[in-house]
Design a protein around this ligand. Structure first.
Ligand code: PHE
Length: 342
């Protein structure tokens, strides 16, 4: 009998185990080991069958007492472990309510975005639809269809990032004109803002900049329509007293081509630093769509005419907001952008 119910040994084993228990996981493991259905105490119980019948009740009592004792030990241990684990959790999740809060910094719209939004609102008021072209173009759309075939001297006007094969980064939003005219029959009235690329990088040029293209094609469109629309644009963007003037220029895809100036909104045309004493400020290029371009896009130039214009967004932003250094527009400093919300 003695050897099968050596409770002292088990008791000291349980005492040792309980001492070492630091987590609920090991507690569960140890409970199984001693108190589980196939645990050590259950194994003792089974051995009772090997005893002579008269010894069984007494031995059973001893083992039951052992089980109760063990259960109590483990219950105490569980309470201690839970307490410790809760303490650790509180420590981990502790929040110092006296610390100052983290402020979320507010962003600001980039001046380019403000100008594009304003232009889009002015021109959509005149019935223009927005067309967003693609930044990767083929040579055909960026040049050839725009009446600038290979070896045409006008290609020198715009240095180009070639991507290999026939692909390039568009140098002008004018490339989008061709897609529009190929896919839509007149009347056409679209406005196309977007990024363009040229390998120039100096104080007044950036290899990536933004343009806004406009295209109108319909029966009977003349240069007067262009002038009238530009007057409206200039008044809305630069102020009610601002006038426009057209100067002859050259673009391969327009004929005639013009450079558009607005009267200086700083000095009212008297001459100042901004307009370099001339009273006028150049803002965009424009012209009547060249017959060859209409033909390239499957539009009959005897039936339809059109005008196009293209402006540099950064240039308009700099003029309008009095920004004197183009690089500021490309630095992404929110303290800079914050100054322009109107
Ligand atoms: N694409 C021309 C440029 O980038 C601008 C332009 C557009 C001129 C449309 C005339 C008509 O310089």
């Amino acid at each position: 009998m003695q050897e099968i119910i050596n409770t002292d040994e088990i008791k000291s084993a349980i005492d040792q185990a309980v001492k070492d228990i630091k987590s609920s996981a090991t507690l569960r493991e140890m409970k199984m080991k001693f108190l589980g259905k196939t645990g050590e105490i259950a194994a003792l119980m089974k051995k009772i069958r090997e005893l002579p019948p008269e010894e069984r009740p007494a031995t059973g009592k001893i083992i039951n007492a052992l089980r109760e004792w063990a259960e109590q030990r483990f219950d105490e241990c569980e309470a201690a472990v839970k307490q410790a684990e809760l303490g650790e959790r509180y420590l981990r999740e502790k929040i110092d309510v006296t610390l100052p809060g983290k402020k979320r910094k507010k962003g600001a719209f980039h001046p380019d975005t403000l100008i594009v939004d304003e232009l889009v609102s002015v021109f959509s008021g005149m019935g223009f639809e927005i067309y967003e072209g693609r930044e990767i173009e083929t040579d055909y759309y960026n040049f050839t269809a725009l009446n600038t075939p290979k070896d045409h001297p006008a290609r020198d006007m715009q240095d180009t990032f070639y991507l290999g094969g026939d692909f390039l980064l568009r140098t002008q939003t004018s490339a989008g004109q061709v897609h529009v005219m190929e896919n839509k029959k007149p009347p056409i009235k679209i406005l196309s803002p977007g990024k363009v690329y040229r390998p120039d990088d100096d104080a007044t040029h950036s290899p990536m900049f933004s343009q806004m293209e406009g295209l109108v094609v319909d029966k009977g469109i003349t240069l007067c329509d262009l002038k009238g629309m530009l007057d409206e644009f200039a008044r809305k963007i630069f102020g009610s007293g601002v006038k426009t003037r057209l100067r002859p220029s050259y673009f391969p895809f327009t004929e005639p081509s013009v450079e558009v100036d607005v009267s200086c909104f700083e000095c009212g045309g008297k001459g100042c630093k901004l307009c370099k004493g001339t009273g006028w400020i150049e803002v965009l290029g424009a012209g009547m769509v060249n017959r060859a371009v209409l033909e390239n896009c499957g539009i009959d130039p005897d039936e339809y005419t059109g005008f196009a214009f293209g402006m540099g967004i950064e240039r308009i932003a700099m003029l309008k907001y009095g920004i004197n250094n183009m690089k500021l527009l490309f630095e992404g400093d929110v303290r800079f952008s914050k100054q322009f919300r109107e």
